[in-house]
Design a protein around this ligand. Structure first.
Ligand code: PMT
Length: 401
């Protein structure tokens, strides 16, 4: 996976700098080419001679080469690399990266970097837990950089054990995972319908019945399918969450109500290889939509609701041989039985169960905890980021393919 890959390794002034030798050794062993860029503080912890002996390349630390005054081009390094890893990354470097303070070669290289950047923080827990560090790390995540930490790999909810640099083998494993995904185009040529977000059912011009779905789970699924080569038809209820980048192979249709989502899905599904129905669709809608804003009268207010179409059930009935249909079940009690019921009733190939009884699962969070249930199998997964959950679901889809 790493054979022939060009990796820029940024080293900063942390006691964990000695571990960068292990990162280099591991990368070289796996066939990668490594260019070290080190900060002045980094050189206090490890010598460039050691590093260049390991990488078989001069270490870059100054804007000018000290021997002959040649200009070290951060732009060229940014173009050369397939990935940049900053390990260890101190609070100071993280702060400079988040704020564009380009006062050393490592930061200028980071700012010119065209390849993905992985950051392995290394500091004591108090520094790591400080709101400033957390804010900077979130900023870097928003810039699309990946933070590699020991444990769960996502920020904030629990800080216990954080701050320490992730082990070199795990840092290298993250890179391998990234490159293996890059190469994994197992959905090339497949067309996949994905529904995401809530639906809004209008009561009057200013009010609606809705739910808490943010669309995050559906967007993560769309990105996972698209990055593995599929052409994605994304049918989205009203959400403010965004895709992390633009994908030419995601075609998005925005809808508001369950009826609109139903019509869009019914038109799209016949030409699809698979459908993943992640949207939280309202089961009922007001029988009458008031033309004007309903006024307070002092009396009780009754809104009569009628059932909405069941999109999943209709697609399940339309499903042709060779097509796959995946549903979700969001439950609050008797989870497995309810999910089993929906699996059969809606003719899903498998159903993804998430329960509001599990902390960090379901609506709005960046994490989810799921079980994948099919006619004769059940797989339970731990709490993961929605991105990772999407990967598990799509892996399951490829098994049913
Ligand atoms: O958007 P997030 O904030 O990230 O939250 C993600 C999520 C919790 C919304 C998601 O993980 C999830 O569970 N989505 C399904 C929610 C839901 O409506 O579940 P349900 O058990 O009510 O519906 C069962 C299945 O039928 C679902 O696939 C649903 O999309 C589908 N359905 C339901 C009603 C309806 N009228 N038409 C449908 O197609």
């Amino acid at each position: 996976m790493l054979k022939g890959k060009k990796i820029v390794l940024g080293i900063t002034g942390s006691i964990a700098a000695y571990k960068s030798c292990l990162i280099i050794r591991e990368l070289i062993k796996k066939g990668a080419e490594v260019q070290v860029v080190i900060t002045p503080a980094g050189k206090e912890f490890i010598t460039p001679i050691t590093l260049s002996a390991l990488t078989h390349k001069p270490v870059i630390s100054e804007f000018f080469s000290q021997r002959d005054g040649t200009w070290n081009s951060h732009v060229d390094i940014g173009l050369w690399a397939d990935a940049m890893v900053i390990a260890p990354a101190t609070a100071s470097t993280i702060g400079k990266m988040a704020n564009g303070i380009a006062d050393n070669m490592l930061i200028t290289t980071y700012l010119s970097m065209k390849a993905p950047v992985f950051i392995a923080p290394a500091m004591d827990l108090d520094m790591f837990a400080h709101p400033s560090t957390q804010k900077n790390l979130r900023t870097l995540q928003d810039y699309g950089n990946q933070i590699i930490e020991p444990g769960t790999g996502f920020l904030a909810s629990t800080l216990e054990g954080k701050g320490r640099m992730e082990e070199p083998v795990n840092i290298v494993a993250k890179l391998e995972e990234y490159f293996s995904k890059q190469e994994k185009k197992d959905l090339l040529g497949k067309k996949i319908l994905i529904t995401a977000g809530p639906t809004y059912e209008k009561i009057d011009p200013v009010r609606f019945i809705g739910n808490y779905s943010s669309g995050k789970m559906g967007l993560a699924l769309a990105e996972e399918c698209a990055s593995r080569g599929a052409d994605v038809e994304l049918v989205c209820g009203p959400i403010s969450a965004k895709l992390t980048k633009e994908y030419p192979n995601i075609h998005r249709t925005d809808v508001e109500s369950a009826q609109q989502m139903y019509e869009a899905c019914k038109a799209i599904y016949p030409s699809m290889d698979a459908g993943i129905l992640c949207a939280a669709v309202a089961d009922f809608t007001p029988e009458v939509v008031a033309e004007q804003k309903i006024k307070r009268t002092g009396e009780d207010m009754v809104i009569r609701l009628k059932p909405n179409p069941d999109i999943a059930k209709s697609l399940g009935e339309m499903k042709e041989k060779g097509q796959i249909l995946v549903g979700f079940a969001l439950e609050t009690n008797d989870e497995e039985n309810n999910a089993q019921g929906k699996l059969k009733k809606k003719n899903f190939d498998f159903i993804v169960l998430n329960s509001l009884r599990d902390e960090g699962a379901g609506f709005r969070t960046d994490t989810n905890k799921i079980s994948i249930i099919s006619a004769n199998d059940k797989k339970d997964f731990p709490l993961k980021t929605k991105k990772e959950v999407a990967e598990d679901i799509v892996n399951e889809l490829t098994i049913h393919n």
